[in-house]
Design a protein around this ligand. Structure first.
Ligand SMILES: Cc1ncc(COP(=O)(O)O)c(C=O)c1O
Length: 293
């Protein structure tokens, strides 16, 4: 173990294992672990094809830049994504990667930082088909996050708390409500409503891009799908009370694309089954996933 009784030395304990500080695996001293000092991305493939790689790489580069991590080579990151995806052989893969500022002594601004550190995993995507067929229920939760939610930061504690609360209430996602009483987005998803317009038509509404929401890639493609279908898109926040009486509600996230929401804070949405606008949008969205990126 290298710890001599009676001697003076810097030590660490992992679970119950005592060791000299020098023996500690640097992974335990990663700034991502101590401070959430890093940024991440999640992208996926459809039937062996990566979807929206350029958009995810661009967002990642913006996040890296925004928190000032130096020395991240975007060409390297991209090549690791491709290497791991091909090595996995998975058709429907979820690719997660992050960069932390590195590891070093636990100082907010440490002079001795070894980094940046890169981690990537490729998993088989969870099957979301039953959620898509039946729809999901969501519950509101206060948006407790910081004021730079446009950065895909590793700090996800408010998101974790919101999701835990939702699951505890029998919901599948938490919908975050800001201090003005308006919806920003889901704990890990973009959020849309389909409202009836006075002209007898309907339109799609979602919060506008700002520092308060993540520029979701699925959101981007969903808006594109709506426009191609001739559906008006309104980028303005709406309240939980408005959501309860929406014609349809939709959750959007890379790993599941579009998921119909059939329950909102205990209120049934529409007739409690996926609505036809959602189904049309989902079909249109799927077309984008078949293009080569
Ligand atoms: C807070 C938040 N908003 C929105 C999204 C959806 O983003 P994307 O469509 O790029 O997956 C996510 C994804 O994890 C998220 O964490």
């Amino acid at each position: 173990m290298g710890v001599v009784k009676g001697s003076v030395m810097e030590v660490a304990i992992v679970q119950d294992r005592l060791m000299g500080l020098g023996e500690l695996d640097p992974a335990y001293q990663d700034r991502g672990l101590y401070f959430g000092d890093g940024v991440y991305e999640v992208l996926r493939s459809y039937k062996g094809r990566l979807f929206a790689l350029d958009e995810h790489m661009a967002r990642f580069a913006r996040s890296v830049e925004a928190i000032g991590i130096e020395g991240v080579d975007m060409a390297f990151v991209r090549s690791q994504v491709l290497k791991a995806f091909h090595a996995s052989g998975l058709e429907d893969a979820k690719i997660y990667f992050h960069v932390t500022r590195g590891w070093g002594p636990r100082e907010l601004f440490g002079p001795k930082i070894n980094g940046p550190n890169f981690l990537l995993t490729v998993n088989s995507l969870e099957d979301a088909s039953s959620q898509k067929e039946r729809g999901i229920k969501v519950c509101t939760y206060p948006d407790l996050r910081w004021r730079r939610c446009d950065i895909k930061s590793l700090n996800l504690l408010p998101n974790v708390m919101a999701r835990r609360d939702a699951i505890g209430k029998g919901c599948q996602e938490a919908i975050l409500v800001d201090s003005n009483g308006l919806i920003t987005e889901g704990a890990a998803s973009a959020f849309f409503a389909v409202f009836d317009s006075p002209t007898g038509q309907y339109y799609l509404q979602t919060a506008p891009l700002s520092a308060n929401i993540l520029p979701s890639v699925t959101r981007l493609y969903m808006i594109r799908a709506a426009k191609e279908l001739g559906i008006e898109v309104v980028e303005r926040q709406f309240s939980p009370d408005q959501a309860k009486y929406a014609r349809e509600l939709i959750m959007a996230v890379t790993t599941k694309d579009l998921v119909p929401v059939v329950g909102f804070d205990g209120h049934r949405i529409g007739d409690g089954a996926p609505g036809h606008v959602t189904i049309r949008l989902a079909r249109q969205f799927l077309r984008f996933t078949m293009h080569k990126t």
